[in-house]
Design a protein around this ligand. Sequence first.
Ligand code: ATP
Ligand code: MG
Length: 415
Amino acid sequence: MIIKAPKGTDDITAQNSYIWQFMENKAQNLFENSNYKEIRTPIFESTELFHRGVGNSTDIVNKEMYTFIQKERSLTLRPENTAGVVRAYIENGMHRLPSPLKLWYKGPMFRYERPQGGRKRQFHQIGVELFGIQEAIADAEVIKLAMEYLNELNISGLSLEINNIGCPECRNDFRDKIRKIVQPGLNMFCTDCKIRYTKNPLRMLDCKNETCKELLDTDELKQIINSDYICNECSNHFDNLKNYLNILDIEYIINKKLVRGLDYYTKTVFEITGNNLGAQNAVCGGGRYDGLVEMLGGKYTPAVGWAMGMERLMAIMPTPESNKIKAFVVSNDINKALKLVFKLRSNGVSTDFDLLNKKFVKQLDKASKLKADYAVILGQNEINSGTITVKNLKTSSQQTIVEDKILDIINETTT
Ligand code: ATP
Ligand code: MG
């Protein structure tokens, strides 16, 4: 029997790994350029980290975690990376580093979900976290960074939705108000919402169930949602954020129903959605999580960040040009060919050659098939006269040069 990859996982084959590398390189360049440093945390963590750090009222913790017991310890494949980054922040005493601390990450995440387009069980996120700044300018910085990254990937047709869900103080009031309104019809809500009602009724606003959506579509509730229940401090924070976004020419939509799936958010939450992505249209989710570091045992540290789903980005991103080799050495003198290949490679010219030493024309064919920029030809004539023929495979023009000039020619005529 043939063994297949587990449902909801994909191989990244050699044919398309260049797309991943493209996205990762763009991220690395852009983030490092903005003084964000990469952090890499373990793929699995103590299960308790996610219970405390993502929250018991979330779908992730309730239904989507890959948890296993190893020698009586409960471990979980990370479903997201903010909790892990915060754990690492505390464990490594990063609060002692100059503030603000700006981090970015990339890597696989695991959620037990029903696989469908844009929803995988192993998927990949790229994300940033900014620690130590209370003010909305930090929110604006990370949002701008997200927009710039999407721009770098040539993705257009996106909408940014923002909201402010308040701080623990003002949110309690809001929770009570929601509870009061939905209570009479509570038995008509889905099982999940009944649980959310007790644990975190705000999350009911995010329910995807059609009946729940209808039940929530009341004037009374709309009034509450639109009533700016948040306190003065939160409201100022929101005004400042909007101001910065305006200064940065970032368009946004205020969506008062945007609550986001994770329990730890405070004040700002935001989501970026693609217009052509169907049901799974969120490419980026993020927000401020001022209480999380303290909740996981560290010193109070305000923080804000976001995560993007790479598979979903890929679905709407124009496919970049694949990596090709620059030179293909064509020769039947295998010893000379070998030397030339390694000379080119060690000088930074991506080069390949025919290990089977097939006929000359076959080697030339191979050079074209690989879409090399140049065929670097060492035929008998060239060998006799100490020259090399360089053929530009795009234009078919060729020139014969003295051997020593090969690097000059290849490097100067970059295509
Ligand atoms: P959704 O509403 O689509 O379930 P989410 O709120 O669970 O998203 P987050 O936890 O905020 O998502 O993760 C950030 C991003 O990671 C999402 O916007 C999405 O692009 C991506 N993502 C989340 N879950 C998956 C998945 N199972 N497969 C692929 N990408 C995912
Ligand atoms: Mg989800």
